[in-house]
Design a protein around this ligand. Structure first.
Ligand SMILES: Nc1ncnc2c1ncn2[C@@H]1O[C@H](COP(=O)(O)OP(=O)(O)OP(=O)(O)O)[C@@H](O)[C@H]1O
Ligand SMILES: [Mg+2]
Length: 297
């Protein structure tokens, strides 16, 4: 069942198109990754679906209903950093959050346990590590026990240990049955945490799919040699070979996703074949994303 439906959602800031006619459906129970380089429109998209950024045009609906304010209670987010009081403990900060969100204080201990801050609950917020602060932010977003959790770059600025703790926490929250929408510029974060993902580049949606088959897609390489029949016989033995077809005087090889031009060429040379043409026609998603990143650098 779709939990979120986005139709032609569009945002312009003056001459800048931050999000360009976005269409996207997110299914209940998924961990959805919005992947894109800096400035690709991730935060703008999250802002619009949370109702804090006005779209220039387009629409979205949560739980199949447009314009209902009731649904906001079912969504927790850490888009805007919550303002925690530095001298107050985690417990006291969450007490305040309970007041604002009209949530029973009995939720506080449950949430502190869940995000691994129960032992430290009475220490002042300012003494927390960045990772602990981030876990408290996630805890606060979970107070009202929302069905959906929206996270914008949840591991930004954390060290490797903090990163892996937050990722583990996200996976646990997802396993508890919540739908998670997560924006990240990190490919490996999306690969490790998400079940589905979309790639944004300059506000344009350039890919959506499942993480499993999405990153393991095929690489297409076109080759030819002076003796194409011998070449054909040899490519059958290429370890990353999947299938091939003839294109006039060339052969198009479908390879496993980790194949590269260099790797194939090396294999062919080792087998006595010197190609006169070798071009990668389609890279795998990971290679494509890396290219997007280098274009944006
Ligand atoms: N309030 C604003 N005023 C003007 N331009 C904005 C505003 N917010 C975002 N933009 C522009 O919109 C584009 C998309 O920005 P956005 O913050 O959505 O990207 P992002 O994918 O979240 O990037 P990052 O990975 O750096 O967080 C950028 O070109 C940005 O400069
Ligand atoms: Mg952002």
């Amino acid at each position: 069942m779709p939990i979120l439906n986005i139709q032609n959602l569009h945002k312009e800031y003056g001459r800048i198109t931050a999000v360009n006619q976005l269409n996207l459906t997110i299914e209940a129970g998924s961990v959805f990754g919005l992947l894109g380089p800096n400035g690709s429109g991730k935060t703008t998209t999250l802002g619009m679906i949370l109702g804090v950024t006005n779209p220039t045009s387009g629409a979205y609906s949560w739980f199949g209903e447009t314009g209902s304010h009731e649904h906001r209670k079912r969504i927790g987010s850490i888009l805007e950093k919550p303002n925690f009081y530095p001298t107050f403990s985690a417990y006291k900060n969450l007490q305040l959050a309970c007041l604002i969100k009209e949530v029973q204080e009995s939720r506080i201990d449950e949430v502190l346990e869940q995000v691994g801050l129960f032992e430290r609950r009475h220490d002042p917020f300012r003494t927390y590590s960045l990772g602990m602060k981030q876990r408290l932010a996630i805890g606060s977003a979970l107070l009202a026990n929302p069905d959906i959790l929206i996270l914008d770059e949840p591991t930004n600025g954390l060290d490797p240990k903090g990163i892996s703790e937050i990722r583990q926490l996200i996976i646990e929250i997802a396993q508890s049955g919540k739908t998670i929408i997560l924006a990240s510029h990190l490919l490996d974060e999306v690969q490790k945490v998400c079940s589905e993902f979309a790639i944004l580049n300059f506000g344009n949606l350039i890919h959506t799919g499942k993480v499993d088959d999405g990153f393991g897609d095929q690489v297409l390489i076109e080759v030819s040699a002076d003796d194409n029949l011998t070449l054909e016989a040899k490519i059958l033995g290429y370890p990353l070979y999947e299938k091939h077809r003839w294109l006039k005087d060339k052969i198009e090889i479908h390879c496993k996703s980790n194949a590269t031009a260099t790797d194939l060429n090396q294999y062919l040379v080792t087998n006595g074949i010197y190609v006169n043409h070798l071009t990668v026609i389609k890279k795998n998603l990971e290679q494509q994303f890396m290219e997007i990143l280098s274009q944006n650098a």
